[in-house]
Design a protein around this ligand. Sequence first.
Ligand SMILES: Nc1nc2c(ncn2[C@@H]2O[C@H](COP(=O)(O)O[C@H]3[C@@H](O)[C@H](n4cnc5c(=O)[nH]c(N)nc54)O[C@@H]3COP(=O)(O)O)[C@@H](O)[C@H]2O)c(=O)[nH]1
Length: 762
Amino acid sequence: MNLYGTQLIDNAYNNLKISSSGAFINATVLVGIFYNHVNNKELLVWYFLISSVSLLRFFSYKLYKKNNHKFSIQRWKQIFYGGLIVSSILFGLTPFLFFVQQSPLHQAALIIIISGLSAGGVSSLSSLIRAVQLFLVFILTPLIIKLLMQNTLLYNSIAFLVFLYLILMLYIAKEFYKNYLNILISKQMYKKTAAELSISENRFKTVFKQAPLGIFMYDTNMIIHEVNQEFMNFLEASQEFLISLDLHTLPDQRIFPSLQAPLDNIEGFYEGQYTTKFKQKNLWISMNTSPLKDINNNVIGGIGIVTDITHRIQTQLQFEHQAKHDTLTDIANRSLLLEKIEQEIIRYKRHNIIFGVIFLDLDHFKNINDSLGHAVGDELLIQTAHRLKDVIRVEDTIARIGGDEFVILLPDLANEMQFAATNAERIAEKIHNILSKSFKINDLTLNVSASLGIAFIGNGSQSPDDILKYADIAMYEAKKAGRNTTKFYQHKMDEWISRRMAIENGLRDAVKNQELELHYQPIIDFATSKVIGAEALLRWNTPKFNDVYPDEFIPIAEESGLILEIGKWVLQTALKQFVAWQKEFTGVIELQKIAVNISAHQFENSNFLHDVDSIIKKTNIKPSCLELELVESALVENLKTVSTRMQKLRDLGVSISIDDFGTGYSSLSYLKKLPFTTLKIDKSFVMDIQNDVDDKELISAILMIAQTFNFEVVAEGVETQEQYLFLKEKKCTYLQGYYCSKPLPNEQFIQFLRKNSVRYSF
Ligand SMILES: Nc1nc2c(ncn2[C@@H]2O[C@H](COP(=O)(O)O[C@H]3[C@@H](O)[C@H](n4cnc5c(=O)[nH]c(N)nc54)O[C@@H]3COP(=O)(O)O)[C@@H](O)[C@H]2O)c(=O)[nH]1
């Protein structure tokens, strides 16, 4: 039996109390009416039977109500049908038992009682169609037959009416049954829907409560009436504060349109910054709003779902910032600079407003970085960036595009080039001034200068790369002009670039084409005035250029990496030549030293040590005769590595001199840590001996230090007698300079040796 079957039986039993009581009452009334008008004995027997059946049916109702699990539904159905059939047969028999032939009134009473019972049965048995049909047929058919048996027109007509009544009742019973079934199904569906609704409401409540999203609901007056925990959490506001809060009163009205949208029956969205009312917190939020509707689809408010995206946005902004800014100094990086230049180019093209860039490179930064360490170098760059920020205008952009290379973009300089140049120069001047003040880093005081190159849009440059390249070229010009100065980019600088490229190309074949030559500058012993050796200095005889000097082509060879091949050639040639001189002048001149310049690039090369060793072996030179001249900047990349490499050279027996001594930063610390043999005082100090008291003192100090550390000292660039005498008096070891001789080609150097074989006479 399905669920509906059970329900149908259940309903029939529910009506059984009334219907069995009704049957009993009807039977009692019937007995009252018919007593003494029919056979009383039969009447009482019938009454006894119908009362017993009604009582039993009443008890079956009680039993069902008390414990309907006592029997199966099928059994309950059988019990019900049994009682009903007996009861309906007993009532059905009444026309045959109690038809008072001579009393139409009693006949009418009987018809009324039977009709009333049948009408009551239709409604009380409506849940069991079979039961109604049986009941009606059992109760009305005997009556119709009895009436027909009277065989008069009147009785036949009444029989016909009762028959119609039976048909009508059967029809009504069917309709009742259908309605009842519909009600039942609807009830079931309602129950099911209500259960589902309750589940979904519970789910919604759980989601509402536990969702990791802030959810709030508000009515059409914009009054909040429900909030979840997460909403309170991220606003840091209590439920008391939020419930009944009028959204019109929010101080940050940026979200208002998206709150209003649901009330206009559309969805709303807001993503952006939001300042909370309660805690005045600045957040980034993402909010979706939707209409809340009643059962008739009328908007009754809105629901907002809010996510705190502050962390995501901050991370995103941080990434964006990092992508466009220099990590060390936090100023713009190359990419942002190029973007800004691009924008200025557009402005220039539209409004003809000239802008410029200053390319700034710190002078001797590498020395500082290398000698004092990267931490100091970094701090210097940070402080430089701060100082630059102080002097530039708000509309200017300052960027770091390389180690110590800064670029300052100067928009809105002027409409005419000469005014633009004047304004840019003024800013450059400020930059020089601000950088000329000492930098304090840890316990150190550093004096720094910078070389500045300025280029303008329109001045031959059309793209961001152009303008940067030209400012860079101008900056190089400033370096060439002695540093700590500013140069403007001129058109002819293009020629400089082409020349530089031509030199690089020319140098590629210089060794193969035998265009390289070494000149030798004598080195004289101050104590004995004897020539003890020479420094090998490279010359390039090329038909392509009339005047190309080492100062110009060696940096290009270094930058292009060609110095490795060229340097090897220099070393081989110089050593071979020195060994040839030693042979030629055996017993005449004791040649002790051939000094060869080594660039940083060569020294850092992994093959260098091997090359030196194999050239020594190949040329058969006494290792102690070879002195490698290293500039300070070549030595300080990583003190430990440099020291190890130098020691390996020293282990070969080779001497090492520190070239241009005094121009770097912490020469003293190297002296203690690195295995040098010789110091070469830079010619800039020597040249100023006459004029600069400080230089004299510096040279005296260098010589004292050298004695302390047991170094030999070579003074280079000695040009005058005064310089010579001063250095001799200060017990400088060796002399080199035009005062004795310029660097000479090999043939001339040999003649110099021949001429000064005993001693050089000053
Ligand atoms: N890595 C290598 N570098 C080399 C090599 N050959 C030269 N160089 C370096 O090039 C720079 C310029 O050299 P150069 O033009 O040869 O100038 C040297 C001398 O000619 C010059 N000098 C010497 N005495 C005087 C003087 O009395 N007055 C004066 N004004 N100049 C003088 O000085 C330069 C000496 O150079 P250095 O001793 O090395 O400092 C220069 O830096 C060379 O080092 C090479 O083969 N490899």
